[in-house]
Structures are given as C-alpha cells and as structure tokens.
Write a protein that binds this ligand. Structure first.
Ligand code: MTE
Ligand code: MO
Length: 526
C-alpha cells in the first residue's frame, strides 16, 4: 500500500476511535447501563433468532457472551473504518454514506433491542458524529469537502511534485498528519475515560439505591375519587418515569447516599451536618404534592403530582436555629444550581415543605434529586425544589439581592392553573354529547372550582374529582352538547381563597404561567 493510501486507512481507524470515545461519553452522560461495545454485543445477541442459539450442539450464546464476539466486533469495525478511510481519498461522499448506513444499522439494533428508550439512540448518533469529526480532522478538514465538489486539491507541502492524477494523499506533511492523528487519538482516549468514569459512578450509585429498603416510607395510595375515569386524562398520580424533568445538569449528579450530607449554616445558632442515615431516621412526613415549573405555559406538561416522603423543612430549620433577622435560605445542589427560598415558606407549619428522600414510595430517582431534594407546596420548582441538595445557607433577602438578581416571577406563589386534556387538540369527535376533562392545581390552598367555556360562551362549572389534597392537583370533567363544526374550549381554575386563574396573555404579563389553555376540536356531521 502506498503511503498516501496507508494514511487514509489510518485516518479511518483513528476516526473510528473518536467515534467510540464520543459514543462512550454519550452513553455515560445519558447514564445508560452499557457503553457502545457491550450494547452492540447485547443487541446482536437479542437479534439472533432463537433457533440459532443452540445449533448443532454449538451454544451461540456462550460464544456471543464470551470474548470472541467482542474481538470479532473490534476487528470488523477496524476493517470497516480503514476501508471507509480509504474511500475518503475520493471525496467525502462515500464515507458519509457509509457513516449514515452504519448509524442506521445502529438505530435499527436499538429499535429491536427490548425495552429501549429514546436516549439509547444518543450514543449511536454520537458515534457517527465522532467518526465524521475524526475523519474530517485527520483528513485535513476542508480539503475533503473541496475534493468532494470536484475542486482540485491544494498541494500539500510534503507532496511536492504530485499531479492531480496521482493518488490523492492527505494534506500536508507527514508530521502534520501525525500531529492531527495524535490529537484525535488523545481526544478519543479522553472521551472514553470520562465516559467510563461517569458510567461507573452512575452504576455504583444506582446499585446503592436499588439496595435501599425504606421501611419508614408508606407506598402511595391514590385517594378514592381523585382519579376520574375519562379516557385520555393524565393519571392523577404521575409515575416517576413520566415525571417531567427540568434542570441544567448536563450530567446527572451521582451522589452515594452514604457520602451525602446537607450542611445548614450561615445565620444560625448552630451549624448542622445532616447525614442520610440521620435524615431517614427522623420522623417522616408524607403527602401528595404537585410540583410545577415556572416555565410551564398554559397547557404545558412541566407539572406532575407525586407522593413525597421526607422530613419537614421546618424541623430542619429548627435544628439549626434561625437567628433573628434571617429570612432567606440559599439552597444549593451538587450540580451547582441554587435557589433562594424564604425561611417563612420553609418554616411554615401549615405548609408541607419537605426535604424529601422518596417519591411515590421509592428512593428518589437519580434524575429527581437522589438522595434528597426539597419540595415546598405552592412555590415554583425554580424557587424551592432544589434537587441533589447539599447546602443551605441561612441569610437575609437584602444580602442575597446584592449578589444575585432573582426573576421577580420567582417570588410569586404558584398561580391557580388548569389544563384541558380531553378532547385532544385538533381531534374529530362524533356528534352528540362532548366530554371535556382536564387537570387543575392551586397549591397550597387547593382548587375550589374549575369552569369551562366553549366558543367564548358563558363559564360553567365543571365536576371535580376528590379535591381534599390541597397541595396536589385535581381532575375535572364537564359535558356539553355541541353542533357539528369547529369549537374552542377554555378552562379556568379558582383557589380556595378566591383567586381566579390569571387570564393575561403570557407575552403581555411577561410571566409564562399566566393565560388560559385553549383546545380546538371538531364535531363531525352525523
Ligand atoms: N439542583 C437543581 N435543582 C433544581 C433544578 C436544577 O437545575 N438543579 N431545577 C429546578 C427547576 S427549574 C424545576 S421546575 C424543578 C424540577 O424538578 P424535577 O426535575 O424533579 O421535575 O427542579 C428545580 N430544582
Ligand atoms: Mo422550573
């Protein structure tokens, strides 16, 4: 093989390494159980037709789960990568097609693998991206693109005397080629190592979480009558895996419960260092609470309803002893995120603010703040519900105001709000009685009524499901007879102290949580 061709083949292999590294990093970051290599092996094993599993006395599973398949996969990938690198000497089209095809096969394997979720596609995409970037970098970047468009290649310094009919080599001197390759190899090793470390941390913590038996936690029991039997309605209790997630953590913090501590300090009589064992050993308080994001627009799904178990935030403040004049707590999570919550809200005995360690009867999922997070009824998530919380600094609002600017909307309590879930937006319905249904919340007072209006007509009361859990959300339903044609339904909630849902357009109020949700649907002719 000529040196030029050798360089291209090597470029392909080096690019594949980066693809592997990025894929490994992505798998770790989106916290998958396995990285690309083991994932691929697993996918192949599950894709094998059962009749081939034991064939003529040869146990294919034993072979497949042993090292042989891994070796074959590595060799096969290396050969394919080298061939793709070689093909790049003729321009970027063939490698692009090969990369897309390989990614497509990867996606297909993800699809056929049982119990896959959308995040399983991320490492596949990252692998393809890494290969593309690697090849572009080692291959000399733009020269590849230019050749692809038929523009003659710029002559490399180390290849003086080449003519355009020569075999196209890689741009630049051998030295430059080696430097580019080395950079990509280093990047590949770094991403692989970081991906492994993240993945390991996650697996260890996840295993610790699985072993926890929280006997002090009561399993959730949906109050009778809270769940209305209307098809298409969101379940009253939001399962953990369906609970919305909002955070700025690129990588979910993985905290070993045994290592976790909450430090309460600042303007307190005595500093408190609370361990997980101490926390779960305290008197547990539990309750249904809807958690609402400040970013939740009318009709949005950044809201969920769960059964939370923990220790009252009031009790924790009491342990530390808040000094006179201190009126704020800066809560900080392990991801570095922080929020300011008033000592009044955290210390209010009528409000069920919790340092929660369980959600729907299970240890908090890692994504929702394991091992502990705060949750305060009636305050938006961004103003109170610190996940992975490790630090409470008791201070004063005026002191905090000097260094950080809080969104004024953050200081508002959760507004009464309602959402139309049935009928689905833009649906076609049979003529006759039309059933309307949805969800409403107004923590901590609770919802007293929900009204609906069709086509801008009079507001009429909806029927509510059991609404005794004031911090939770409530389901509502109504029935109307409508003529064929297009209709618009709107809903508004009122809380128990008389506040009506704010109808103001979010654009005008500059508050995303204001405004009414409206749903358009069509009643078809009989
Ligand atoms: N540590 C930490 N806590 C956080 C956040 C975050 O980014 N980091 N996001 C907040 C926001 S804006 C909301 S709406 C809620 C969302 O909680 P969830 O992801 O459990 O639904 O968490 C809050 N707590
Ligand atoms: Mo939020």
């Amino acid at each position: 093989m000529s040196e030029a061709r050798g360089r291209w083949a090597l470029a392909g292999v080096v690019a594949a390494l980066l693809g592997f590294g990025l894929s490994e990093l992505a798998a770790g970051a989106v916290t998958l159980e396995v990285g690309p290599l083991l994932g691929l092996r697993e996918a192949i094993i599950t894709a094998l037709p059962p009749e081939y599993i034991v064939h003529n006395g040869v146990d294919l599973v034993a072979i497949a789960t042993g090292p042989l398949l891994i070796v074959l996969l590595v060799l096969g990938t290396t050969a394919l990568a080298a061939a793709t690198g070689l093909a790049a000497s003729d321009g970027w089209r063939t490698p692009a097609v090969v990369t897309v095809l390989v990614a497509a096969v990867g996606f297909l394997l993800v699809v056929v693998r049982p119990a896959t979720t959308r995040v399983d596609f991320v490492p596949v995409a990252a692998g393809a991206l890494g290969f593309g970037i690697g090849l572009a970098v080692v291959g000399g970047g733009w020269s590849l693109l230019r050749r692809g468009r038929g523009v003659p290649e710029e002559r490399g310094a180390g290849e003086a005397g080449r003519t355009d009919t020569d075999e196209p080599g890689l741009r630049g001197s051998r030295r430059a080629f080696l430097v580019r390759s080395a950079v990509v190899v280093v990047a590949a090793v770094a991403t692989t190592v970081v991906g492994e470390v993240i993945g390991q941390g996650r697996r260890v913590v996840e295993r610790g979480r699985d072993l926890l038996r929280l006997t002090m936690v009561t399993p959730p029991q949906v109050p009778a009558g809270a769940q209305l039997e209307v098809a298409g309605l969101t379940p009253w209790m939001t399962p953990n895996e369906d609970f919305y997630r909002v955070d700025s953590a690129l990588i979910v913090p993985t905290i070993d419960a045994e290592q976790w501590q909450l430090r309460i300090h600042g303007e307190v009589e005595r500093e408190v260092l609370l361990s997980y064992t101490q926390l779960i050993g305290m008197t547990v308080q539990e309750g249904w609470q809807a958690l609402v994001s400040l970013q939740n627009e009318p009709g949005g799904d950044l809201v969920g309803n769960a059964w939370w178990s923990g220790v009252p935030t009031r009790v924790l403040l009491g342990m530390a002893g808040v000094l006179p004049g201190a009126d704020a707590v800066v809560q900080t999570g392990r991801d570095g995120w922080s929020c300011v919550t008033s000592t009044q809200a955290l210390g209010d005995p009528r409000r069920g603010g919790l340092l929660a360690f369980a959600m729907n009867g299970e240890p908090l999922p890692l994504e929702h703040g394991y091992p502990a997070r705060t949750i305060v009824p009636g305050l938006y998530g961004a103003a109170s519900a610190c996940k992975w919380v490790v630090d409470w600094e008791v201070t004063r609002l005026d002191v905090v105001a000097e260094t950080r600017e809080e969104d004024p909307a953050l200081l508002t309590p959760v507004r009464p709000s309602s959402r139309v879930e049935v009928p689905a937006s833009d649906s076609d319905l049979p003529p006759g009685v039309v059933r309307l249904a949805g969800t409403a919340w107004a923590p901590p007072q609770g919802v007293s009524s929900v009204e609906v209006s069709v086509d801008g007509g009079a507001w009429r009361l909806a029927i509510l499901g059991d609404a005794r859990e004031h911090d939770a959300w409530v389901q509502w339903r109504a029935e109307v007879e409508l003529e064929p044609g297009e209709h618009v339904v709107r809903a508004r909630a009122r809380d128990r102290v008389g506040n009506l849902q704010d109808e103001g357009d979010p654009e005008e109020t500059e508050d995303p949580t204001t405004g009414l949700h409206e749903v358009t649907f069509t009643v078809v002719e009989a």
